[in-house]
Design a protein around this ligand. Structure first.
Ligand SMILES: Cc1ncc(COP(=O)(O)O)c(C=O)c1O
Length: 455
């Protein structure tokens, strides 16, 4: 009997179901500081922290030492039997540095899990306080909140949602705060923000304010939209609107949080305090998988007065080694003054991007905050027309960057899940000015080569 024809790699070459089945990936064999090295000895300068994860760079000796010490002490203890000192200390640290009123941290193993937990926490809160009729979430188009079903449902990226749509809970999506494309000619940023708040208000009225659980938004839009910063006053308007209707505000800072924009929490720069703040990625800096929901005291109090539990849980919540890694990462961010460094380097990165791309005919927008910056590519600057998605410009830029030993985080579908290309940069907070020079120089060459390729 002959085997059926297959397009899969020859047996033995890989048994990992990678993200792209036909794509050959380099094998990472070493990582230190700003650099990863592959099995062929090629070095890659990490200008994106993977996916905005590696805030302290790679192989930080003190983080590794903290993890080793924790492994030797208690590598794992199930949270239905025990707590650990390290989980308690991490929660204390996160509450100490959290926005006003946050009283507790709920630990999970990543961003999607944290979003799922936040959605359930919000729903349970209203059940506990006698408002079980609240059943709806409102979120934004072009947002990314993760790939599990609840997170995908609140997410607004059309391409990611499409084939799973029949499985997703109904969620109302309002416009993203996307100034480059959304603000009308002659409209001020404030007026644009007010218009978006009005759109949200209309969406709330259509559902009935008393039926809405929460509005979910990334403080600074990340993976699928490319560092979309809120216009002044927009999130404050959102906060006031939520308060008027007793709706919770869930801010997803999985990507933009934990120092990436130059303040520990991105919402601090908007003077907005959420009811639930979702963090991950930079929380553990990639040293361990960890995410958290930081919850306002009144939500936890409602649970305490009511059922006495949050009806949720996973096997690895509060994992001691993950907590040890995150505690170390957070302590070094504060000890080494890295938030101020992010602000300084962020300005430097922006200046370099403006110098390289400010007059580029195919770069329509340069945006972001701190070490979270993006360029949006356009076929025509005047009309803002994007490139034909079939050209997959974002993928070509990524390939050209990798050829030059540079990791960046490009994505297509910036505008509506299909059209548009952007490149996101999120280098580690330990970058130097020389690193920034190299990053922008190599990116500029890669963009040129990608544009010069076949149309
Ligand atoms: C804003 C945001 N939320 C949630 C997630 C999902 O996080 P994870 O991939 O750790 O599940 C991401 C991942 O990119 C994200 O950027």
């Amino acid at each position: 009997m002959t085997s059926p024809p297959t397009t899969l790699p020859a047996p033995g070459s890989t048994r990992v179901l990678h993200r792209q089945i036909h794509h050959r990936l380099p094998v990472a064999v070493a990582a230190a500081g700003m650099t990863l090295t592959d099995a062929a000895g090629r070095e890659y300068l990490d200008a994106s922290g993977g996916a905005a994860v590696s805030c302290l760079g790679h192989g930080h000796p003190e983080v590794l030492a903290a993890m080793h010490a924790q492994i030797d002490r208690v590598a794992y203890a199930h949270t239905s039997f025990f707590t650990t000192d390290v989980a308690e200390q991490l929660a204390d640290e996160l509450v100490r540095t959290a926005p006003a009123g946050i009283s507790h941290a709920y630990f999970v193993s990543g961003g999607s899990e944290a979003v799922e937990a936040a959605l359930k926490m919000a729903r349970q809160y209203f059940v506990e306080i006698g408002q079980p009729q609240r059943q709806h979430f409102i979120a934004r188009q072009q947002s990314y909140h993760g790939n599990t079903l609840g997170a995908l449902a609140v997410g607004g990226n059309a391409w990611r949602r499409r084939q799973f749509a029949p499985l997703l809970i109904p969620v109302t999506h309002v416009s993203a705060c996307y100034e480059y494309r959304g603000r009308a000619e002659g409209e001020t940023a404030q007026a644009y923000g007010a218009r978006l708040v009005q759109e949200l208000s209309d969406a709330i009225d259509a559902l009935g304010g008393e039926n809405v659980i929460a509005f979910v938004a990334e403080t600074v839009g990340g993976a699928t939209a490319g560092a979309l910063t809120p216009v002044p006053g927009y999130l404050q308007g959102v906060r006031a609107l939520c308060d008027r209707h007793g709706i919770l505000l869930i801010l997803d800072e999985v990507m933009c949080g934990m120092g990436r924009t130059g303040s520990l929490h991105a919402c601090a720069q908007e003077q907005v305090v959420p009811d639930l703040l979702v963090v991950a990625k930079g929380l553990g800096g990639g040293y361990q998988p960890i995410g958290a929901v930081l919850a306002q005291g009144r939500i936890v109090e409602a649970f305490a007065r009511g059922s006495g539990l949050f009806q949720h849980g996973h096997t690895y919540i509060g994992h001691p080694v993950a907590c040890a890694a995150a505690l170390a990462v957070q302590r070094f961010i504060h000890r080494d003054g890295l938030l101020a460094q992010v602000q300084r380097l962020g300005h430097g990165l922006r200046e370099r991007l403006v110098a390289a791309f400010g007059a580029h005919p195919n770069v329509g927008d340069i945006r972001g905050r701190g070490l979270f910056q993006a360029i949006e590519l356009v076929q025509d600057r005047a009309t803002k027309a994007p490139f034909d998605p079939a050209r997959r410009l974002h993928a070509r830029i990524k390939a050209q960057c990798m050829e030059r030993g540079l990791m960046v985080y490009p994505m297509g579908g910036t505008i509506d899940g299909v059209r548009g290309d952007h490149v996101l940069l999120a280098p580690p907070f330990i970058a130097t000015d020389t690193d920034l020079d190299r990053i922008v120089e190599r990116l500029a060459q890669a963009v040129q080569s990608a544009l010069a390729g076949p149309a």
